[in-house]
Unconditional design. Structure first.
Length: 318
């Protein structure tokens, strides 16, 4: 059932800090996944089609509504069964990728900030590998979500990092499935680069609008849109451009299988077309679908070279 709750929104008129002079409407949709509001939003492209943005955008006051307690990143730590095994394997691989960026200096000394940490699964994995949370920092807008991490010995920074100065300097700052949620990604990247030590890294993972599933479900059902939580979506070209504007250099770009977007895109489609029984089958808790679409995405990666899950590692100059 669709929500009857309308949230406050605002006009989006700038892309990379420049006035948007022209755009194309590539799709439209609503909050298919969590049904937090009844607004319909447009998906517009700018920067020669290399960026897609949500219009209008939710206001700051609406965040408590659209980020409901059921939001998957807030529930990530509660996964069980095959989903938990897959989650822990991927988090371990990701944590090791971050640690190896600066492991030569001793992993116990690496200071890491995870921006938009959600329930903290990634930070807990880092702590498990490193053996201590002393140099680990968690950031999210929700103090309630940060409290358990604080009790586990991980440092916490609550709030929007664009609104105050960060006094610490970090070896690595991670934004894992976060940059797409930010109202002004370029401003945030520039601010975070100031908080990096010389030679430090920004480790970003985000959906790619160049993926096959993004193109198939481009009119609105693609789960990478995450309407209305994803405000800005990129491809590799636009992220490279943003790195250049922030005076950061690109060290590595890599793509990974991401079955959840396939599964939930189909769920969005069947749900919107009023097939609720079929829609209920398509969930990240379905181990068979996770296996099928992981293999499917791996095959796509082999032949197409891109998936919907993109990682880009940026470095601040010495």
């Amino acid at each position: 059932m669709q929500s009857n709750n309308f949230i406050k929104t605002q006009k989006v008129d700038k892309c990379f800090d420049k006035e948007i002079e022209s755009y194309a409407v590539v799709g439209k949709g609503r909050d298919f996944e969590y049904n937090t509001c009844s607004n319909t939003f447009e998906l517009r492209s700018c920067d020669n089609g290399d960026i897609i943005y949500l219009h209008p955008a939710p206001t700051q006051d609406a965040l408590g509504i659209i980020y409901s307690p059921e939001f998957i990143p807030f529930q990530f730590h509660k996964m069980g069964g095959v989903a938990k095994i897959g989650r822990d394997f991927l988090q371990y691989k990701k944590a090791m990728s971050v640690i190896k960026l600066l492991d030569r200096s001793g992993r116990h000394k690496i200071k890491i900030l995870d921006v938009g940490c959600g329930s903290g699964v990634f930070l807990r994995m880092l702590k498990k590998i490193i053996g201590s949370g002393q140099n680990l920092y968690a950031n999210d807008f929700s103090e309630a979500i940060l409290e358990p991490l604080k009790k586990e010995g991980i440092n916490v920074i609550a709030g929007n990092l664009d609104e105050f100065a960060i006094n610490e300097k970090f070896d690595v700052i991670t934004l894992i499935q976060v940059i797409e949620h930010l109202p002004n990604p370029l401003k945030t990247i520039k601010n975070l680069s100031i908080a990096l030590k010389d030679g430090g890294y920004l480790f970003i993972e985000t959906p790619s609008i160049d993926s096959l599933d993004a193109k198939i479900f481009s009119k609105g059902y693609w789960d990478g849109y995450q309407i209305p939580r994803h405000l800005w979506l990129f491809n590799e070209r636009s992220l490279r451009k943003m790195a250049l504007l922030a005076n950061l250099r690109v060290i590595k770009v890599k793509y990974f299988p991401y079955p959840i977007f396939w599964i939930h895109s189909l769920k969005n489609m069947f749900s919107d077309r009023n097939y609720p029984r079929i829609a209920r089958i398509f969930t990240y808790r379905n181990p068979l679908l996770l296996i099928i679409f992981t293999i499917f995405d791996a095959i796509i990666l082999m032949f197409y070279g891109k998936t919907s899950h993109m990682r880009i590692v940026l470095q601040k100059g010495d």
